[in-house]
Design a protein around this ligand. Structure first.
Ligand code: LMR
Length: 354
């Protein structure tokens, strides 16, 4: 009798530990944009491949559209471990105390995507991720959303057109300075509140890549859009460091690889998603679209450029210079490629008949 009771207890204990072993590790991945954006799609793709490749040992719960937290709150939620993964815009790290991330917000700092990727994937990007560790955060990847466009309820063509406009910005001091440099009145606001603020006239306009503008239906409440590409918006996929470091090594390795693959996917779709959104806004016909001509682009650039100097100390002169150097290198390579004879015209090795 005694023996069967202890066998039963043993069996129950075994069943309980098996059930525990079968409990998946849950990763709550919170973000603020729509599911049909580059970030939204890549988050869903990461979920899919992470769950498949860990054979159910990991469950990724994606919460889009600020369902769980708004911008500011989601950072705090990550730090206290209420969620494990986020992909905030690079403009949202200042309030965390990591001001160097505002490098990415400097207007016109990236003349092209090639420069941007080299900055993100090279020493600069790594250095910035290193700064997050002291905040209990690890950076896993940089995701893309492309260049920003300006929208408002009045046409914005020249610098003078910005005068007195209330423009919603993300929580970045650089963006604040950029709008002030244009003569506008910047207003920091959580992403989830932008649509109604535009609708109710709390602000006159905003800046965003096309995919955000379209999926948040901002075009329905913005009469004018200027395609200016004046600044960049991308993301850092970040995790709670304690959580990530505490994962079993094999699981962490599988997840890191899944994240690398999700990043390739994300960068591949980012441009198309933005192009499709622009086409959809054109089709909707609610917003007059103006392509900023080169001559005005130069004037916008001139007006915004003092912001680089103003933030040298906060961001780091060396970091800004390093980004300029990358841009110059890319330019040099492009020029060399343009003047080099095409491969097919190059003399090949002479074949000698034996
Ligand atoms: C914004 O607040 O405008 C963006 O950062 C939203 C996002 O995550 O793309």
């Amino acid at each position: 009798m005694k023996l069967s009771a202890s066998i039963l207890a043993l069996a129950l204990g075994l069943a309980a530990s098996l059930a525990m072993a079968a409990e998946p590790i849950v990763i709550k991945f919170s973000h603020v944009v729509a599911p049909n954006t580059p970030k939204g799609k890549a988050a869903d793709y990461f979920k899919k491949i992470a769950e498949e490749r860990t054979k159910g040992a990991v469950k990724v719960e994606v919460y889009p559209n600020s369902q769980l937290y708004k911008d500011r709150e989601e950072m705090e939620a990550l730090q206290i471990g209420a969620v494990q993964m986020l992909a905030p815009s690079l403009a949202k790290f200042g309030p965390l105390g990591v001001r160097a991330f505002e490098l990415y917000d400097l207007p016109y700092i990236f003349p092209n995507k090639e420069t941007l990727y080299r900055v993100m994937d090279g020493d600069i990007g790594k250095k910035l991720f290193g700064m997050l560790n002291a905040k209990g955060i690890s950076g896993l990847a940089y995701w893309d959303n492309g260049f920003k466009q300006m929208s408002a309820n009045k046409p914005i063509k020249t610098v003078a057109d910005f005068k007195g406009l209330k423009m919603r910005i993300q929580s970045s001091k650089v963006l604040e300075a950029q709008m002030k440099a244009m003569g506008a009145n910047p207003q920091v606001m959580a992403f989830s509140e932008v649509y109604s603020a535009l609708q109710q006239g709390v602000v006159d306009g905003t800046e965003n890549p096309m995919s955000n503008l379209y999926t948040q239906k901002m075009h329905e409440v913005q009469k004018y859009l200027t395609l200016s590409d004046h600044g960049y918006l991308g993301y850092a996929v970040i995790v709670n460091k304690g959580f990530w470091d505490g994962l079993p090594a094999d699981i962490r390795a599988t997840l890191n690889k899944a994240m690398a693959d999700a990043t390739v996917y994300e960068r591949k779709i980012a441009q198309d998603e933005n192009d499709d959104s622009l086409a959809a806004v054109k089709k909707a016909g609610t917003t007059e679209i103006y392509v900023l001509p080169y001559k005005d682009r130069v004037l916008w650039h001139q007006a915004m450029l003092p912001v680089h100097k103003e933030f040298e100390e906060k961001i780091g002169r060396d970091l800004i210079q390093a980004a300029y150097n990358v841009a110059a290198q890319v330019e040099k390579e492009k020029a060399a490629a343009a003047t080099a004879p095409a491969q097919k015209d190059k003399p090949g090795p002479t074949k000698t008949k034996k």
